[in-house]
Write a protein that binds this ligand. Structure first.
Ligand code: B1M
Length: 235
């Protein structure tokens, strides 16, 4: 039987996840959509479909991109297939009925157009009860300033996937300091090339390794912030 005729429904879970990895690699958007629906119909949680199937598949794409086996056009197709799966999961992840616990403005920094990780963080944060304003990709400092002025979020989130763009996060934080508004926001950063030490060196409040950590870190900081505000009000 050729791949074209393969009925994804006939595969068991492990085979299906493996096949979806191949389909993501080949940028087969419709197959990813079908596979995502099948896993959900089989009772998988949206989070498991996301992490065990889509993110796992994208990791392999990333490795082969790094090693020069895949090139930009192929990776773009894989990214589009991944986004199609994420679009199905987004409303489900946001549907948890969690009470609103805080707000965040998030964007990818100037010079950087990677948005899958940022979108995933936005989805998971919304699912956890945060109101999220996503300002997209390639953001100069002015965009962050405009967005925080307009939305007054608890958290400013920044994403960078390139070693050449991650230093721009420091530009944004230094601008907040210059304007005397740095302490008005919790600044969280993330992206594959970052680490804890980098986040600390640029004066961010926290580094988030992945979307789940972003949610936990955000909850922790927002709770701390609300406690401080409460204590001040009671003093
Ligand atoms: Co790009 N790319 N890319 N790319 N790309 C990387 C990042 C790279 C590591 C690939 C490699 O060589 N192995 C490499 C960077 C090397 C480096 O800087 N050291 C690279 C390169 C070089 C480039 C170009 C320069 C290639 C070229 O043109 N020659 C170019 C740059 C374009 C630009 O931005 N100016 C480029 C272009 C592209 C595509 C357009 C083809 C496509 C992006 C499509 C899109 O996003 N719409 C693309 C992709 C897809 C990748 C890889 C393969 C996958 C990234 C991804 O989506 N991962 C990537 C390889 C890799 O990362 N291993 C690569 C899945 C995603 C779920 O994970 O983004 O890490 P991630 O997000 C995670 C965490 O990092 C964290 O949570 C997320 C969810 O768990 N997180 C946050 C992220 N942001 C956060 C923000 C937060 C909190 C947590 O705020 C609070």
């Amino acid at each position: 039987m050729s791949d074209d005729e393969l009925d994804l429904n006939t595969l068991n879970d492990d085979e299906l996840v493996e096949q979806m990895g191949d389909d993501l690699y080949d940028g087969l958007k419709e197959e990813i959509e079908v596979g995502t629906h099948i896993l959900l119909d089989r009772g998988w949680t949206p989070y498991d479909v996301l992490t065990k199937s889509l993110v796992a598949g994208m990791t392999i794409v990333g490795e082969d991109f790094r090693d020069g086996i895949l090139y930009v056009p192929e990776v773009l197709m894989a990214a589009n297939a991944m986004k199609a799966g994420m679009a199905i999961l987004k409303p489900l992840l946001a549907e948890t009925g969690a009470p609103r616990i805080g707000s965040m403005v998030i964007g990818t920094v100037k010079g950087d157009i990677h948005d899958i990780g940022k979108n995933l963080v936005s989805m998971m944060m919304e699912g956890a009860g945060f109101e999220v304003v996503d300002i997209g990709i390639n953001n100069p400092v002015e965009n962050y300033l405009d967005a925080i002025e307009e939305h007054k979020p608890d958290i400013l989130g920044m994403s960078a996937l390139l070693t050449t763009t991650m230093p721009y996060m420091k530009v944004v934080i230094e601008t907040l300091v210059e304007k005397g508004i740095r302490d008005d926001y919790i600044v969280l950063v993330g992206g594959a090339p970052l680490n804890e030490a980098f986040a600390e060196s640029i004066g961010a409040d926290g580094y988030c390794r992945d979307a789940a950590v972003a949610v936990e870190t955000a909850k922790e900081f927002v709770a701390r912030r609300h406690n401080m505000i409460g204590a001040r009000a009671n003093a």
